[in-house]
Design a protein. Structure first.
Length: 508
């Protein structure tokens, strides 16, 4: 078994037997996380009906998972470099499965938020380990590009499997069942991974600095919480205090890394323009897309009256586009250029989001399906190539930490996207004017308005639903426009920062 624990020449590494079987185990972990992230959107109306969360609690249920992952990814990636990436992957997958049960049987909004946070702790161990193991299993650049493409395509496939499987489960079982689909995937991952995955770690890791871990966690959560609160409620002293605490903690984290002999995260990685450009492009891309995606499932179900399974199928074009683009992205980047593929993909997503500003309740599916297909293709090209740039630009020993930075950008972008764009939707929605007798709770979320309408006379219920849906769609239009602007800005950033960047062509 070849690992970074002992030297191996490139030829031996390239010819490692079973490397593609090992990859199949790694992509199961990606599937696990992607499915969990996408089923939540479909389950949100049912969670609202059962747990009665406030609008703020609903946002926390949606984004606390990403908050915790964003705060812990660097620490967990570095821990994997130290104790072994295979070990942390298998332990994390087991915990992820167990915590999925806690999510499924949550009996209150507060318990649901706690369960999602704990799931984020487990999820933080999975993604950096999978990319780092790919970096250490596939030494040939072209094989690694294909492996990264398959990794990204599986994440996209999970985005499709999640809504479809979740929609089927929601039509036949209670909402908690959407979390239990993680269990069989986790079981296969652990049982097969024990036998097929090679162990790898940094041979000279240095200590795992708990002070750095705490500073990273406090810094990330503090800043994201401040942005979320400011976006939802405007300026407040608690939001300012959280922002200052987060900024101070991150400043302390950076200073500490620069003075440590073996840092938790080597800050010199950011001196590489390609690395920094790829990370920034990922962050802006997810920020521009995630808030919209979080509310799109609600639009399909609560505005267009689609059943959950039908809503899941409606989102399929995005995943199909991303899978297809991910598998050919490496070849396209070598034939044209890294910056052309990444910037072009992001610009296409921006244009597609702009098209979504025309959606209304009566919008036909061809427009929505075409826009989602373009979103998937553009994101598939961009995310696959930026992941390859990040992985190929660092030594194998630092693969876990570098992968964690990439995933931190992704999760931080998701959290900020839901906080900022989601708060646009929520803020606009709350201002709708309903008919006389509209319950105050109907202004908390569209799901709450649908529940309230079920207990009103038909004429009053119709007026309430029309007003609530119109306000929700207006908020969705503004969020789509904001997302389009962010994506076009990300395309410009990628064009300038990735200038001259190339993917490796020869074995390393």
């Amino acid at each position: 078994m070849t690992s970074t624990l002992r030297p191996a020449d490139a030829t031996e590494a390239v010819k490692r037997p079973g490397r593609w079987l090992a990859l199949s185990v790694l992509v199961l972990a990606v599937l696990l996380v992607a499915v969990d992230a996408t089923v939540l959107g479909l389950a949100t109306p049912y969670i609202s009906e059962d747990l009665h969360p406030s609008g703020t609690q609903l946002l926390w249920i949606g984004d606390v998972y990403s908050f915790v992952i964003a705060g812990l990814l660097v620490s967990m990636g570095s821990l994997g470099d130290r104790i072994g990436r295979k070990r942390i992957l298998l332990v994390g997958a087991t915990a992820f499965g167990a915590l999925s049960v806690l999510n499924a049987y949550a009996t209150s909004s507060e318990l649901m938020i706690l369960a999602r946070a704990l799931l984020g702790v487990a999820g933080a161990t999975l993604m950096p380990a999978t990319l780092a193991l790919i970096r250490n299993i596939f030494h040939d650049p072209r094989e690694r590009s294909l492996a990264v493409g398959i990794w990204g395509a599986t994440a996209s496939a999970g985005m499709a499997v999640g809504p479809i499987a979740g929609g089927f489960l929601l039509e036949h079982f209670w909402w908690g069942s959407v979390f239990l689909i993680n269990l069989p995937v986790m079981a296969v991952l652990v049982l097969v991974g024990i036998r097929t995955l090679p162990e790898s770690r940094n041979p000279r890791p240095g200590p795992w600095d708990l002070t750095s871990v705490l500073l990273s966690l406090v810094g990330m959560i503090g800043l994201v919480y401040a942005v979320k609160e400011a976006a939802a409620h405007g300026f407040s002293w608690p939001a300012l205090g959280a922002a200052l605490l987060g900024a101070a903690a991150l400043y302390g984290f950076v200073r500490r890394q620069l003075t440590m002999p073996v840092p938790l995260l080597d800050m010199r990685l950011f001196r590489r323009r390609g690395f920094s450009g790829a990370v920034l492009a990922d962050l802006l891309t997810v920020l521009g897309m995630s808030g919209l995606v979080f509310f799109l499932s609600q639009f399909l179900q609560l505005v267009q009256d689609r059943h959950p399974f039908e809503a899941g199928l409606a989102e399929l074009p995005a995943a199909v586009g991303a899978v297809t683009a991910g598998l050919v992205a490496g070849r396209a980047a070598r034939r044209f250029s890294v910056r052309a593929v990444v910037a072009g993909g992001l610009a296409a997503v921006g244009v597609a989001l702009a098209v979504l500003t025309t959606l209304d309740r009566s919008a036909g599916y061809p427009l929505l399906g075409a826009a989602l297909l373009v979103v998937g293709v553009g994101a598939g090209f961009s995310f696959t190539v930026t992941a390859d740039v990040i992985l190929s630009g660092v030594p194998k020993d630092q693969a876990g930490a570098a992968s964690a930075v990439s995933e931190t950008a992704y999760e931080l972008g998701a959290a900020l996207g839901i906080a900022l764009l989601g708060s646009i939707v929520t803020g606009v929605y709350r201002d709708f004017t309903g008919p006389a007798g509209t319950p105050a709770g109907a202004h908390e979320s569209l799901g709450a308005a649908v529940q309230a309408a079920a207990h009103l006379p038909p004429q009053q219920a119709g007026a309430l639903l029309d007003a609530a849906r119109a306000s929700f769609v207006h908020g969705l239009h503004l969020a789509s426009a904001a997302g389009a602007a962010v994506l076009l800005a990300a395309a410009a950033v990628a064009w300038f920062l990735l200038k001259g960047q190339k993917l490796e062509s020869d074995p390393s």
